[in-house]
Write a protein that binds this ligand. Structure first.
Ligand code: UT7
Length: 330
């Protein structure tokens, strides 16, 4: 049966590194608090670059790795929480930046689950025979929407900027995406949100709304944490069942990098050996939302943690709430 597989991944983070010590200088926080509560030591922030700048660098790398030119891309799936413009989205902008006008592109705004939802769309496109080569871009510029005063410290210290680009192709072998499961639940929308610009207001955007902090990311960290540690194990089990793969067959789990404590709690609940099976690189990048899984996958591959034929699980939880998991035979 025709399946979708991940052929190559490119990544790019902006060069500017912001350490916990840098944050100590601008808000009432401490390196110790951030490390103990999240595992993060530093993150990258843009310094003038926009979302498609990061996306373009990651795409250039993945095209080279996949032995492709931009014209070989059949469809772009673009995931971000903040595109260059409010409208249009990043997908069409990338056709301009890559010089491939006319290429279909779809934008998705599934926050931290953007990679999982992107995989589910790519899988459907490829399995149905509609397309052969999909470019899944996950590019996030979040630092411009964070509140770096002490009031915003619970959120601002966690997030970082970065991008990944993933090429998915068709195969008739037994490798590829065996299952992709996605969920969403809007009852908790306000627990992790950026409210403005919003159609709740007319006009969408005013100085008063910005002055009230509505243009900043707001989070109820405890609620997100509580739901994440329940939904991650549930959805991973669901994806394993759908794929017909046993937990003990898994060689690597790459969860969305939200918080090391969430990763630890999930590993414990699934009874997985944390440092052997579950990958984490949050200490270097913070939470890069939909880019975090492919960036972690990229680094896991570079470290030789994935071999052809291995069973891999990727899983996410984030704003919406949205969550998902996929079982992949590498
Ligand atoms: O992709 C999904 C995205 N989001 C997440 O995954 C976030 C999930 N939630 C979390 O990771 C955690 O809830 C946080 C890391 C956000 C917070 O950890 P916590 O253990 O839940 O801390 P808390 O919210 O209960 O706050 C504990 C204390 C509070 O002070 P008081 O009220 O005990 O005096 C906070 O004001 O820590 C304080 N605090 C900070 N202190 C120093 C909050 N942020 C900071 C900070 N530096 N940056």
């Amino acid at each position: 049966m025709r399946k979708a597989y991940i052929d190559a991944i490119g990544m790019y983070v902006p060069p500017k590194i912001v350490t916990n010590q840098d944050l100590e200088k601008i808000m009432d926080t401490s390196d110790q608090w951030i490390r103990e509560r999240s595992g993060i030591q530093e993150r990258h922030h843009v310094d003038g670059e926009c979302t498609t700048d990061l996306a373009l660098k990651a795409t250039e790398e993945v095209l080279e790795k996949a032995g492709m030119v931009a014209e070989d891309i059949d469809h772009i799936i673009f995931s971000t929480m903040a595109s260059d413009y409010f409208v249009p989205g990043g997908g069409p902008m990338m056709t301009r930046r890559l010089g491939i006008p006319g290429t279909p592109a779809v934008d998705i705004r599934m926050a931290c689950s953007g990679f999982l939802y992107g995989l589910s769309i790519a899988k459907a496109f490829i399995e149905s025979g509609a397309h052969d080569n999909i470019l899944l871009i996950t590019s996030e510029v979040q630092s411009v929407a964070l509140d770096f005063s002490t009031e915003g410290r619970d959120t601002a210290v966690l997030f970082g900027d970065g991008a990944a680009a993933t090429v998915l192709k068709a195969t008739d072998t037994d490798r590829g995406l065996l299952s992709v499961v996605t969920h969403s639940d809007g009852r908790y929308a306000e627990d992790l949100m950026m409210r403005t610009p919003s159609t709740l207001d007319n006009p969408l955007l005013t100085h008063a709304l910005l002055d009230q902090g509505h243009g900043r990311v707001k989070m109820n960290g405890r609620s997100v944490f509580k739901h994440a540690i329940t939904k991650f194990p549930q959805v991973i089990k669901e994806a394993l069942e759908k794929a017909g793969v046993e937990k003990d067959q898994i060689k690597l789990v790459v969860p969305h990098q939200a918080n090391l404590r969430i990763t630890e709690a999930v590993a414990k609940r699934l009874d997985l050996k944390l440092h052997e099976v579950v990958y984490s690189n949050i200490h270097k990048y913070g939470n890069t939302t939909s880019a975090s899984i492919p960036i972690a996958l990229y680094e896991a591959m570079a470290e030789g943690k994935l071999h052809r034929g291995d069973y891999l699980v990727v899983a996410s939880f984030g704003a919406g709430f949205t969550w998902g998991a996929s079982v992949i035979k590498w």
